[in-house]
Design a protein around this ligand. Structure first.
Ligand code: NZQ
Ligand code: ZN
Length: 387
């Protein structure tokens, strides 16, 4: 752990089948006026909406609803929620959904009392420090697993007019309620998309640096657990133990611990955000399609780590093979696993067209990885994963 660091994660987690029981206790800590933020309707179909409303009523809260926060949440929706917060003097935000709902709720809070003309430009594009203005606290009930937004400060928002999707750290939820059974109604497509998102968060923290860091061992353990449980969940989506393992791995993957004291490589996320600005694809599927050609291009610059990945995670037998062969075999194993799970591995399937690729390659280059790549290199990688 050779680089200094500070670690503080203030989110209280309630985990398990009965975890929603704790919502009442938590809500009592806040004022009466609640903004209830949710998505396009899944919580109404699976009964979570009714359960949450019953608790809000029992706590005698005055509820304002901000619904239809859709995947890859739009700036316009965020500003609509921010206005509701200010106009109604909201005391607390309850976000019930996946990463999109939670990210957007954080953004609403940050934007509500922002003083200036363009909150998106200031906070998300220029990543300016947060103003010392009021931020309404947030709690979450998680229904879709993968992003880690329930236990991190991240907020990723899309300016759909200018085709810019940008993320930044805002602030953590005060608490998050994680009931694995609430994720059972997610489609297999969304489930495996979230699984690859978690895998990608782990890899992007792993594939950087050549030091002997405890964080790398933590990452390997989480990665093995998520791959193991994914195989079970794909066969049986209601296997509680598998779904709960995946849920906890996803929260841990981005809670700050696995990347401590490490340089990191967030290039794949940078490219994916630009990809979904153009295609509105599911985040994890975009990451999956980009990852295979990206890592096949990058591995030679961090060979030792890719050999370790192949041996430790995918149990590649190195006997009689060169390091290059072992490293590539590890990436092949990951691709085989992704295909077995039904993940998407080409950009064409995600709705990209060849004409979009040069613009998608204009992603913000976030690499702290083994190789700083240029626009031309990203374009070449995108062509490799096109079909
Ligand atoms: O909108 P509803 O009707 O609720 O349907 C959602 C949505 O269509 C559905 N869903 C969620 N829970 C469900 C369910 N359907 C049935 N049963 C349930 N229990 O799933 C669909 C996808 O939801 P979404 O929230 O968009 O997925 P995800 O959690 O993958 O979030 C993706 C967003 O998070 C950002 C991504 O860029 C993307 O915008 N990220 C946020 C991060 C962070 N805060 O730190 C980091 C990540 O790397 C990522 O960038
Ligand atoms: Zn992600």
């Amino acid at each position: 752990m050779k680089y200094d660091f500070t670690f503080h994660n203030p989110t209280k987690i309630y985990f398990g089948k009965d975890s929603l029981n704790n919502l009442e206790i938590e809500l009592k800590k806040y004022g009466k006026r609640i903004l209830f933020v949710y998505g396009g309707g899944s919580i109404k179909k699976n009964g979570i909406y009714d359960k949450v409303i019953a608790i809000l009523k029992k706590c005698e809260k005055e509820v304002f609803e901000c619904k239809d926060v859709l995947p890859n949440p739009a700036l316009t929706k965020m500003l609509e929620g921010a206005k509701m917060i200010k106009d109604n003097d909201i005391d607390f935000i309850l976000a019930v959904g996946g990463g999109s709902v939670i990210d957007c709720a954080k953004g609403m809070s940050a934007a509500a009392y922002y003083e200036g003309d363009d909150v998106f430009k200031s906070y998300w594009i220029n990543r300016e420090p947060l103003q010392d203005t009021k931020m309404v606290p947030i709690g979450t009930v998680l229904t879709m697993v993968g992003t880690g937004s329930e236990m991190d400060a991240g907020s990723v928002i899309s300016d759909t007019v200018n085709k810019i999707k940008a993320g930044r750290a805002l602030f953590n939820p005060d608490f998050s309620i994680l009931n694995p059974e609430f994720t059972f109604t997610c489609s297999k497509y969304q489930m495996v998309s979230g699984i690859f998102d978690c895998m990608s968060h782990l890899m992007e923290q792993y594939f950087s640096g050549d030091d002997d860091n405890t964080s790398d061992y933590i990452i390997e353990s989480l990665y093995k657990s998520v791959v193991h449980s994914a195989r079970i969940a794909v066969q049986n989506p209601t296997d509680y133990e598998a779904r709960s393992n995946i849920m906890w791995c996803s929260s841990l993957a981005l809670c700050g611990i696995p990347g401590k004291s490490k340089t990191q490589d967030w290039e794949v996320h940078g490219i994916e955000h630009q990809l979904s600005a153009y295609t509105n694809c599911a985040h994890g599927m975009g990451l999956c399609a980009i990852s295979m050609p990206y890592y096949r291009y990058i591995y030679k610059f961090g060979l030792h780590k890719f050999v370790r990945f192949a041996k430790e995670i995918w149990k590649v037998d190195a006997t009689g093979k060169t390091d290059e062969q072992v490293a590539l075999e590890g990436i092949d194993c990951m691709e085989k696993f992704a295909k077995e799970c039904g993940m998407i591995t080409t950009l064409k399937e995600l709705g990209a067209t060849p004409e979009m690729l040069p613009d998608i390659a204009n992603s913000s280059r976030e690499s702290g990885g083994y190789k700083k790549i240029t626009h031309a290199e990203i374009l070449e990688i995108l062509k490799q994963c096109y079909e």
